[in-house]
Design a binder for this molecule. Structure first.
Ligand SMILES: *Cc1c(COP(=O)(O)O)cnc(C)c1O
Length: 465
């Protein structure tokens, strides 16, 4: 609902203070550079978390690796480590330049979290980690496990019986539910996933087939979270995973950074003062991209530039950061409908925890419309034979925006990056896709092809991305 007053200020006043508001409200694709972005060392000093916290997560994941390898045979090759490949996508880079009539500098890579084992999305990082941590806490507190044990003992009926006294619940638009649901059910927990209306049917079906309770809501993500929390709190042995405020989830995502650093080194790709790294991260509530950004800043400080990407119809983090109001503001306040096919990203209100933690560390946010996501989906499939779900394509326009946009030019100039851009590495974070059923993926692909072939669409939207 469009109102003349938005969180206590007249619309005309908002527009005066933040000229981009008009375009955002009109759901146009934009790039916003964060005026509060500053030196990472200084910004990190203000935070209560640091590298020690991320190391602790890595150690815990190592303790669980023997269990993961046993419970999920697809992780045997990586010895129970849940990690995804980093690949070069030169053909896609060429296609993008051609489609958008825009030359770019540097090399484009794709971080393939769509291939993460167990749940096929970035949620296999934070979501699974938080369930494991909770399981470890319970088992240790009840003298059933110690830190030195081989955790593969968890894969047995007596542990499943033990965990079955406890319940876990989460609110989700889909992928978080898959991660939490699959992992919790495997350990033996009673698990309930509270799903928003936009969650895909196949995700609900898959969860139910694994013994997960799925509760469906007619409203959006925030409502599913609220109801889920309320119900979970009535169970004294219940544990609610709070996507909007969880430090564990956040730190679970952060581990990705150290692993990415190793992968870059293995590919002999240098990141330093003369070789900047740009990372483009699809953002929903913010925990995934936020955690990764936090980890990357610990690894690369000012040599990494993290941009978040959101659907034009759900620019929650953008509004939160830009206005400084974080979770005090929702896209609905600005008359934006929060309707998008990018499931993980259909979030109307950002995490206040993530926004406040990273308000000086996020370089900027850009928005993408659904049509662009479908077009990119089919172009990526044709050029690199990689299939992603729509939301996972949202990072790709980042490399174009940096070069075809005045805001991008200004960012490069402000940070004296222009002469280094030939050495730049751009990583688009592909956040999900491998669990999508084949027929549904084909539907996405064909939709992308149709849009590409539609001259009207291309004429009115000359793929500025
Ligand atoms: C959840 C999700 C994201 C974003 O993660 P948040 O923590 O919600 O910001 C991005 N892409 C996909 C596919 C997701 O499922």
């Amino acid at each position: 609902m469009k109102k003349d007053f938005i969180v206590g200020k007249a619309l005309t006043q908002w527009k005066r203070e933040y000229p981009l508001v008009e375009k955002i409200m009109a759901t146009q694709e934009i790039l916003w550079a964060n005026p509060k972005y500053s030196s990472s060392v200084e910004a990190m000093k203000q935070l209560k978390m640091g590298s020690r916290d991320v190391e602790e997560v890595e150690e815990r994941l190592k303790r669980f690796a023997p269990y993961i390898a046993r419970a999920f045979p697809e992780t045997r090759q990586t010895k129970g480590l849940i990690e995804s490949p980093l690949v070069r996508i030169p053909e896609m880079q060429r296609k993008l330049e051609h489609l958008c009539h825009q030359k770019v500098q540097g090399k484009l890579l794709l971080k393939c979290d769509n291939q993460l084992p167990i749940s096929g999305s970035i949620k296999a990082r934070g979501g699974i980690y938080e369930v494991l941590k909770h399981a470890e806490d319970l088992a240790i507190r009840n003298n059933r496990l110690c830190l030195e044990d081989d955790y593969s003992v968890l894969d047995n009926d007596s542990f499943k019986d033990f965990f079955s006294q406890y319940s876990i619940a989460v609110g989700s638009t889909g992928n978080l539910g898959l991660s939490i649901g699959i992992m919790s059910a495997k350990l033996g927990f009673r698990v309930t996933v509270h799903m928003s209306a936009d969650a895909k049917q196949w995700k609900k079906d898959m969860l139910r087939s694994k013994g997960v309770m799925v509760v469906e809501y007619a409203s959006d993500y925030s409502k599913a979270v609220e109801e889920g929390r309320k119900q979970s709190n009535t169970d004294p042995k219940g544990y609610f995973i709070d996507d909007e405020n969880s430090k564990d989830l956040f730190l679970g995502y952060a581990v990705a950074a150290h692993r990415l650093k190793q992968q870059l080194e293995d590919m002999q790709i240098v990141v330093d003062e003369d070789h900047p790294l740009f990372v483009y991260l699809p953002c929903g509530v913010g925990g995934g991209p936020g955690g990764v950004t936090f980890g990357l800043k610990l690894m690369f400080q000012d040599n990494v530039h993290c941009f978040f990407s959101e659907p034009t119809h759900a620019p929650a983090m953008l509004l939160g950061l830009m206005t400084g109001l974080h979770n005090q503001v929702s896209v609905g306040d600005f008359g934006i409908d929060n309707i998008t096919d990018a499931d993980g990203l259909a979030v109307g209100r950002p995490s206040g925890f993530v926004g406040r933690t990273l308000e000086n560390l996020i370089s900027g946010v850009f928005t993408v419309n659904d049509e662009s996501l479908y077009i990119l989906l089919s172009v990526l499939s044709d050029s690199e034979n990689i299939q992603l779900e729509p939301s996972a394509l949202a990072g790709l326009p980042g490399i174009i925006r940096l070069f075809n946009n005045q805001v991008g030019h200004q960012y490069l100039e402000d940070h004296q990056l222009n002469h280094k851009m030939g050495n730049a590495v751009h990583v688009s974070w592909a956040t999900g896709g491998s669990m999508v059923p084949k027929d549904i993926m084909e539907g996405y692909y064909e939709k992308g092809l149709r849009l590409l072939a539609d001259n009207n669409y291309i004429l009115t939207h000359p793929l500025k991305l």
